[in-house]
Design a protein around this ligand. Sequence first.
Ligand code: ADP
Ligand code: ZN
Length: 721
Amino acid sequence: MSLPVADIAVPVAVPKTFHYLVPGTLRASLCEGSRVLVPFGSRKLVGTVVGFAGRAEATGLRAIIEVAAVPVGPELMQLAHWMADYYLHPLGLTIEALVPKGSARKRMRRCLRLLDGDHDVNAIRGPKQMEILLLLLERQKVAMEELKQFSPGTIKALCAANIAGIVEEEAEEERDLDFSPDMPPPLMTEQAGAVREISEAVRSSAFTVLLLHGVTGSGKTEVYLHAIASLAGSGKGSIVLVPEIALTPLLLGRFRKRFGGRVAVLHSGLTDRERAAEHERIRTGQVDVAIGARSAVFAPFPKLGLIVVDEEQENSYKQEEGLRYHARDVAVMRAKFGSAVCVLGSATPSLESFYNARSGKYGYLRIANRVDHRPMPEVEIVDIKALPKVPAYSPRLVDEVRQRLERKEQSLLLLNRRGFSSVLICGDCGKSMQCPSCSVSLSFHKSERKLKCHYCDFHMAPPEKCPACGGVSLKPLGTGTQRIEEEVASLFPGARIARMDSDSVRGRDAYDKLLGRVDRGEVDILLGTQMIAKGHDFPAVTLVGAVDADVGLNLPDFRSAEKTFQLITQAAGRAGRGDAAGEVVIQTMNPGHYAFRHSRTHDYEGFYEEEIQYRHELGYPPFRRMIKLELKGAREKTVLESATAVRNRIRHLLRDKGTTLLGPAPSPIARVRGKYRYQLLLLSAKREVLRMLAVEARCAVEDQFGRQIQVIVDVDPVNLM
Ligand code: ADP
Ligand code: ZN
């Protein structure tokens, strides 16, 4: 007797699908997208039906066991196929990234494995405790690092002590949900125009991408809210992607006020069960809007009308492990497959998106004026090179801060990134303390008296003696935010200073608290990394100082000028959102650099013209596509050999004149977590060429080096470090 055969994508790292028999009981219920439990080797895995392959005798082939979960809808299946093909990732694993995870237990085990394997999983058995521990980790009440130092007994006690707290907190969060309806303000002319175009595009049900280019404070969020409201009653859902959900409580509040309970929020603090429940509400039409970071692009609305990607230029839309997708680009494709509208919103669009708008591929909506025609802040460039001794704070900036203190206004001081923090240097041999497994210096955290690696979890107490020469005069060097804070405190005695970076503000609670203090005027000077540059509305802030604006310019990344221009513009957007006018002071040794020159005049187009010229000359995106191949392994010699093998294998395939191979070269951070890394960059205007080369490269390494070397294919990379 012959039985029908299904073609099933199984979540394993092989680029193919597998055949299974469909038992009689399931024949009527299976379709493309069905999620089914299948035997795979000695395991049982949940796979996805991707097609049917005729009939076969019931010999040899194994049979599907049962239906395991709700099916993946046709549009998402189409998206999964596109992603698997575009990002060169196995289909089964791609689908896995689209659907909510199954069991919390599996993830708990992974967490526990990360705890150095010291802990006996069974010692803290009991689903309740696992769940709590997971929650504590997810809500960042406790860090993985701390957890590592606890004994199983302590962990048990920690769980017990927190049950009550978590239950209470959840109840409180429910109570806090403010569903009071909110009267939208009348729109400004440019806002109304944008809303009209978006709504019309949605109504026409034709795939459209619109770049909403609105200066900071131009009311883009209000445009999203109105556009979404105009979909009411159409039965079409909306997705709003934000770069980092935990950092946008105000934005969430605005959506909840406008749309009440018909909003689903997908954030990383959800447990797997909560996430699955939100997906269910979306799938069954109980919500109209889903807001979230990257993965919300997969919100399973049966019918989608609109996807908004807010701050579309943000790098955090790129997933940097596993399936390395760019949520903005996936959003565009999702809109395409669903005949929906995708709105990309930004004050400083990515070069790629602006280029697409210029070339007519995307529609273009411009909001050139701030709400209520508040003026843009004045930008001052201070050449610190011209000063007799290069200070952390120029007299000009000090003077401006002082004036703010007198007028009871707030100042924001922006530091580039925490990687630029203090290191411990040996006064005798000049060597800095290095991470034993990554080729970077350890950062010195004074308040905790600890040296920490910012690439892996390594940390240690500062040594008494230099490990290289035995010298005893170790001292901190560099301008970390902590040192800068001390300097600010001595420059402005009596000022109330707060620091905001991912070391000092861990988790949403701490973050909300700090924002509250700034809001209530309890802080005079707010210091921080790029975290403070983004998205907030601080009406009393009238000064933004970019303290070390040059740091970002000197990173080995072809987008460093773009990122610097964006950061300065975003930070400038924080100044003068209230009634008083704002001012920005940029300290730099490159006052003539176009990234600064054009920020001074708020001239995005001016910046774009110079930057696009440079991209064109060097053949960088958007003129050519890029794939990064990263080779990783425990022995440097083998990694280099594999990189050379890749080059030799594909070099003769570079017949196409417009195709370039760069490298191999050690990655700018050549060793991470004990693994050596080499990278090659492939550039070509033709995607098919790039893809063929990448596949060839992967084969070359697999043939010759097997499992010794890991090959990571990163399509459209944003991180070249
Ligand atoms: P953007 O996202 O473009 O920086 P927002 O949408 O956050 O700007 O708007 C900035 C501020 O202006 C917010 O406080 C918002 O409530 C307010 N706002 C937006 N549109 C209007 C309007 N039409 N009338 C009055 N206030 C508005
Ligand atoms: Zn490290």
